[in-house]
Design a binder for this molecule. Structure first.
Ligand code: HEC
Length: 138
């Protein structure tokens, strides 16, 4: 079959357009199969912070509060869980400081022990850990 030059060019154009479309669809397909960032579990200790106050809170948290607040041990609200933290953050920082320093038993009879059971922590260290935990849980 003899084709005119124009027909031949049209055919080539059609092929390259199809190739480009396939490539686009492949990329779109790839992007879809990537897990969304929000689905990745939060790793509070590998988060890079710039505020020295939060960095200090992160260190204290990692050495003490993490025991319960990373996994929810004994019913502790898990760091980064917005739903669990929203009603607590709504109480205001002063109340949260008081409960973290002096202990608190919630409506479900789960207990936040005074200073998480780490009596050697200074009040300021506990407050910094509270600020770090609420910062990541907003
Ligand atoms: C032994 C486990 C445990 C450790 C360790 C621990 N917590 Fe908790 N924490 C809990 C539990 C359980 C609750 C939930 C209490 C409730 O509301 O019933 C809680 C709740 C809290 C709350 C919310 C209080 C409120 O009024 O809603 C704050 C703030 C808090 N912890 C801070 C800390 C800080 C800061 C540390 C580290 C210095 C820490 N916790 C260590 C178990 C722990």
């Amino acid at each position: 079959m003899i084709r005119s030059l124009e027909e031949e060019q049209n055919a080539k154009l059609f092929i390259s357009a199809s190739v480009a479309l396939c490539a686009l669809l492949a990329i779109a397909g790839c992007a879809k199969s990537e897990p969304a960032a929000a689905e990745k579990p939060l790793d509070p200790l590998s988060i890079t912070l710039t505020d020295p106050d939060l960095i200090a809170g992160q260190a204290t948290w990692g050495a003490t509060c993490k025991t319960c607040h990373l996994t929810g041990l004994t019913g502790a609200p898990i760091i980064g869980n917005h739903e669990a933290w929203a009603p607590r953050i709504a109480k205001g920082l002063d109340t949260l400081y008081d409960h973290a320093l002096n202990g608190f038993i919630g409506p479900d009879y789960t207990e936040m022990p005074p200073k998480g059971g780490f009596a050697e922590l200074s009040d300021e260290q506990v407050k910094q850990a509270v600020r770090f935990m609420t910062h990541l849980s907003q």
